[in-house]
Design a protein around this ligand. Sequence first.
Ligand SMILES: [Fe+2]
Length: 462
Amino acid sequence: MGGNALNDLNPYLHGLYAPVKEEASADNLPVIGEIPRELHGACFRNGPNPAAAPKGMHHWFDGDGMIHGLWFENGKARYRNRYVRTQDFELNGGSPLAGIFEPAREAAGRKVNYRDTANTDVIVHNGKLLALWYISGQPVAVDIGTLETIGVENFGGKLPRNISAHSKTDPETGELVFFDYALYEPKMWTGTVSRDGALTQFQEIDLPGPRLPHDMGMTENYVILHDLPVIFSEQAIRNRMWHIHVADQPTRFGVVPRKGGDVKWFEFPTSYIYHVINAWEEGDDVVMAACKMVPNGFKPDPKYGPYAAMADVLALRAQPFLWRMNMKTGEGREEQIDDALSEFPVVNNDYAGRKTRYSYHVVFDNCIEQRFSGLLKYDLVTGKSERHDFPSGVYGSEPAFAARPGASEEDDGWLVTFTADMDGNSEAHVIDARNFSAPPVAKVKLPQRVPAGFHGIWAKGA
Ligand SMILES: [Fe+2]
């Protein structure tokens, strides 16, 4: 994507990141190997795909949301990709809101300060996909069979504010358990929407200052909110600029009953967390596993010009940790699972909110440009891992775990991940989770490249 000299310097507009132009549809895709006939459902992945060449400074996180979908049934696969048609997308360049290199703006009737792209995450709720945004925006309902945008989902007008990316659905109750935050107010919110779309719970949480959480934990009975020390500076808040810094304050997790009630706060050493692996309850302990960012001695690389600081901030340097929070004694304990760097963790979502033994992470050969060269399967009990390497020059995406229908073991299923190479070819790899290091059981040839992106989900077939 050309357009201007700034775009030429932007590492997130080229190579694996270059946006695709087509909204494609293709059936009965060619396969190397064999798609397991039991694999029935679809893998979806959201990510940024700027529809027009950026005119000024462009952050990777600003691109228009696009969902890539791959449906499996009877040993065959079909593909589609579609933009998430948010309110700002439909304004077709006419939105008063801009990306995060610009100052925050106000827009009448809107509860967001930046252009809402819904580009970050996609979850399944009430028979639909919901595309979500990391700055917390209006969820966008998307048809699970066609990827056509249905429209903004406000649950019959009952949604009081916004919903952040990484809100979650409970596999047993079907509830959507969400969180929301505001850039310039010392508040967070959490709530629940029932299986069939009724808002059943909503609660405001007071904070010492505005916060920038990225994820949350969900257990059967609790939500775990993140009060992290990477925040806007005072000056940034005054000037409404997206300038973050690391404050000298602890990391705090706020455990809130899902049915509503007082927050119990637990303090831990300073850290930042993008992504939670899973959370669960064990006796009186609420336990959260997540990838914790570790300090680094990197200096921004001048080859990226004005984008050097962005590339540095986006570099993923995280290790898996576990936090135990005792609801009776109020004591907390932090435990490191492993010292290898990994991120974009997923679990078998049938176990979301329940104790999991296995998680699947991406690993990188270049954490600045986030080229995902392989996957790790962690045994969270022993800290041991197995590795699955993509072929040389082929890079993967956050995988989705597809449980084998009727499975009784947590890791009985497949990981599905979109891959891309530097020549513009993409495949989806289907990896047997119990034979993890082996080559994929199937490689599905896709009709176009799937750019590097953010998060996905597996949706079981009906
Ligand atoms: Fe994320």
